[in-house]
Every structure is written in C-alpha cells, then in structure tokens.
Design a protein around this ligand. Structure first.
Ligand code: TGC
Ligand code: FAD
Length: 393
C-alpha cells in the first residue's frame, strides 16, 4: 500500500535552489496539511462521492485561499510561485481538493479583488479567505462550454436592481456555495459579472450526480429564475469576455502546478512499488522497460517544473501571456495523465485498486483535461498565437 507521508518532491534539476526559504516553508506546511487532512481520507471520500464541507474552514485557516490576494482583504499577499506550490501540494492529495481551492481563490476572490468595488472587497474577501463562506464561478452554460461568448443568461437593468435569468452547468462547489460569481449578458449583449448570494429568491443550485471523476468535489448547476440582484452586486470594473477569461488565466496557471503534484504522487508510488515487487526473481525495477517508464516520468516532471517556475516569474512581473498559460496547462495536465496511466501499469493488477492513488488521479484528470478549456481548445489558442488566425471565428 502506498504511504504518502514520507513523500519527497522530485527535484532532479535542483529547482529547490530557485525557491526562497519562505516558498519552501509554505510548500512544507501545505504538504503537512495534505498528509494530515486529505491523504488518510481521500480514497473513502472518493469512493463515497463525498465532499467534506468542513475542509473549507480547515483550508481557510491554513492560508490556502487567496494566496495572492492582498493581506488588506485577508489574503496571503504571496507571489505566484508560492501560489503554484500550494496548488501542487494540494493536487498531490487530490484534484477535487485543488478544485475547491482553485475556484475559491482564482475564480471568486480574484475577480472580486480585480474587478470589484471597495465595498464588495471588504464584504466578501476576508470571509472567503478564512473559509467562513464558500464561492463558485458560473460561466459554462448547457449549450455554451468551449464557446462561453455565446452565453444566453441575461442581466436586465430594472432601475433599482438587475433581473437575472438563465442557467449554468458544471459548476464546481455550487451546491454548497454561499455566493456565486456569475457571468451574464446585459441588454447590449455585453458580458457582466455579478455576485449572487445563495438565499436570493429564484436562485437554486442543484447537485450533479453520476460523476466518475472528481468525486470528492461538489459539482452542480446554477438556476436563475427572475433573481433580483442588487445594483451593488455588479462587478463594476470589468466587462466583456475578457472578465471571466482573465480569471481563467489565474486558475489555469494554478492547474499547471497542480498537475505536477499528481504526476509526482504517481511517480513516487511507481518507483517504490517497482523496487519492492519481484517477478522472475528480481525487482521489476531491474527490467529495462520499467526503467524506461520511470526515466520518462522523471524527464517530463522536470520539464513541467521548469515551465511552471518560469511562468510564475513571468506572472509576478505581469508579463505572462494567456497563450503561455495555455501551453503550461495543456502540457502539464496531459503529462500527468500519461504518467498516471504508466504508473498504473507498473503496479499491474494492484494498480486498479484504491490501495494506490493512480486510478483516482486518472479519473480526476479526465475532468482537469476538460475544464478550464479542453486540451484541444488550448491547442487552438496556441494555434491562434502562432498564426494570428483564430480557428474560432
Ligand atoms: P476571443 O475573441 O479570443 O476573445 C474575446 C475577448 O476576451 C479576451 N481574451 C482574454 N482576456 C483575458 N484572458 C484570456 N485568457 C483571454 N482570452 C481572450 C480577448 O482579448 C477579447 O477581449 P475584448 O475586450 O476584445 O472582448 O474570444 P473567443 O470567443 O474566440 O474565445 C475563444 C476561447 C477559446 C479563447 C475562449 O472562449 C476559451 O478559453 N474557451 C474555453 C472555455 C473555458 O475555459 N471555460 C472554463 C469555465 S470555468 C471552469 O472550467 C472552472 S473549473 C474549476 C475547477 O473546478 O478547478
Ligand atoms: P464542449 O464545448 O461541448 O466540447 C466538446 C468537445 O468538442 C471537446 O472535445 C472540445 O475540445 C471540442 N470542441 C469544441 N469546440 C471546438 C472547436 N472549435 N474546435 C475543435 N474542437 C472543439 N465551468 C464553469 O463555468 N465553472 C466551473 O466551476 C466548472 N467546473 C467544472 C467541473 C467539472 C467536473 C467539469 C467536468 C466541468 C466544469 N466546468 C465549469 C465546465 C468546463 O469548463 C467545460 O466542461 C469545458 O469548458 C468544456 O465545455 P463542454 O463540456 O460544454 O464541452
């Protein structure tokens, strides 16, 4: 059985030398959190399709939410490498747990800080940071997934309030969320963001059942039936598709680090198992085909680490482009999925059981390679960057 408590990061290229003492301490503290709060329980939560709501406050008190949000609003005031390391450690535990944190930090706290009024920032950010309240992000609609610009949810100005109608689908955290950052079109077909609170009349968030992936994360719909949204809940400082897409940049960056955590967990399990498991009177690690798999895993993890470290620096300097973020999200999630499959094979039959993490990671990554822009959508974003020609219009 795998034991993640003695886990050590892969560091073949001495990337730790590029990290500050503070960054390493942050990574250790999240690793401890995962070892204590997540790893011992995750296989049960996954099997039982259970989202442990109390993890939200625990994540809040550990400083997981809003790491790059200003301390003035309860955030961590940290750099992007620290944010990435937090995501890496969390996703080593489970992609669903990282999802909860991604949504809260990048898709709810980020837009409120970047596009919100001072009143909104003071009202919501400290509570989101501490985990007192949970948020969700409503962009995808039943008929508009990869093409969110086509959305039909409507926001009508009724003088003293807005009237919100429409629905959103595949929304992480939604059934338990206290607030939702929702994107809808105004009378001029311009996309606007509003903060919807869970007890607003006409608003519901039914749970989506039957998921074989991210089973420890809650997913649901958002349904708006003539919801009266106070004028003060409009995010005043951004409109257009660039609003939600700007949040996605922040979340996709975090996912590119998170995928490294999954890959490291699978590599670690495969390395240990191959040294212990004997066939033909020898550890299977002595066979060249197993060594090839391990060597390729190490190579791909190392490349992904360097990619993320550099991207983090570009983010800190405000110089990271959306296409650079697409490249990292696409490469790293695909890399992690391939490593999970190879690690599963190294475990033979044992690899399909919940004694080892690979199957859970593989099933989770099928969502991760789909949400925040599918693998092919990111390829087309890169194609646009290279050629100057959009494949979408
Ligand atoms: P396009 O014409 O390219 O752009 C429209 C406007 O948006 C601007 N823009 C961006 N701004 C900031 N960041 C980005 N990454 C941006 N990409 C584009 C662009 O400048 C333009 O601005 P303006 O002011 O001129 O209007 O739009 P398009 O309709 O052709 O877009 C296509 C595409 C592929 C780029 C985009 O729609 C896309 O990325 N599709 C994928 C959808 C997606 O990722 N959905 C994610 C939903 S949320 C989610 O999955 C959360 S899971 C969370 C979890 O559980 O962890
Ligand atoms: P579609 O857009 O219908 O795509 C289907 C297939 O067609 C894909 O393979 C796609 O790559 C391909 N395709 C589409 N357009 C093109 C094209 N132009 N060229 C080539 N191929 C194309 N959304 C939110 O707003 N908030 C959330 O919190 C959230 N959480 C999620 C959680 C989970 C578990 C999942 C599974 C999804 C979540 N999503 C969320 C939605 C997610 O972002 C979408 O599923 C994703 O963007 C893809 O949209 P779609 O599922 O409608 O697929």
């Amino acid at each position: 059985m795998s034991n993640s408590n003695n886990f050590k990061s892969v560091d073949f290229y001495l990337i730790d030398e590029l990290l500050s003492e503070e960054q390493k301490l942050i990574r250790e503290s999240i690793r401890d959190f995962v070892n204590i709060e997540i790893s011992p329980n995750i296989e049960n939560w996954f099997e039982e399709n259970h989202f442990p709501l109390d993890i939200v406050k625990k994540m809040g008190s550990t400083g997981i939410f809003g790491p790059t949000v200003s301390q003035k609003y309860g955030g961590g005031g940290l750099d992007n490498i620290s944010y990435g390391l937090i995501m890496q450690e969390l996703e080593r535990g489970d992609s669903g747990m990282r999802s909860t944190a991604s949504v809260q930090s990048a898709l709810v706290m980020f837009p409120i800080e970047a596009y919100g009024s001072e009143e909104q920032k003071n009202k919501y950010l400290p509570k989101l940071a501490s985990g007192e309240i949970l948020g969700c992000f409503g962009l995808t609609e039943p008929d508009f997934g990869s093409n969110p610009g086509g959305m039909i949810s409507k926001l009508e100005d009724k003088g003293d309030h807005y009237l919100l109608n429409g629905s959103k689908m595949w929304i992480s955290n939604s059934p338990a969320a206290d607030i939702a950052v929702v994107w809808a079109k105004d009378e001029n077909k311009r996309i606007k963001g509003v903060i919807v609170e869970k007890d607003m009349e006409g608003f519901s968030a039914p749970k989506t059942d039957g998921k074989l992936s991210l089973r420890s994360s809650l997913t649901g719909e958002l349904v708006f039936d003539n919801v009266k949204v106070p004028k003060g809940n409009l995010l005043p400082n951004k409109d257009g598709l660039g609003g939600p897409l700007g949040c996605l940049d922040k979340a996709r960056y975090g996912i590119s680090w998170g995928a490294i955590g999954v890959a490291m967990d699978c590599y670690d399990a495969a390395k240990k198992y191959s040294l212990e498991r004997k066939q033909f009177d020898k550890p299977i690690a002595s066979f060249q085909l197993i060594q090839k798999k391990l060597a390729e895993m190490l190579t791909e993890i190392t490349k992904a680490q360097l990619l993320c470290w550099r991207l983090g620096k570009l983010m800190d300097d405000g110089n990271a482009s959306s296409a650079q973020i697409s490249l990292a999200k696409r490469n790293n999630v695909d890399m992690a999925l391939k490593i999970a499959r190879e690690a599963r094979q190294i475990h033979g039959g044992m690899g399909i059981t919940s004694d080892y993490p690979m199957m859970r990671h593989m099933m989770n990554l099928e969502s991760v390679i789909t949400y925040e822009g599918t693998h092919d959508i990111h390829l087309l974003i890169l194609g646009h960057e290279i050629t100057g020609i959009s494949a979408f219009s």
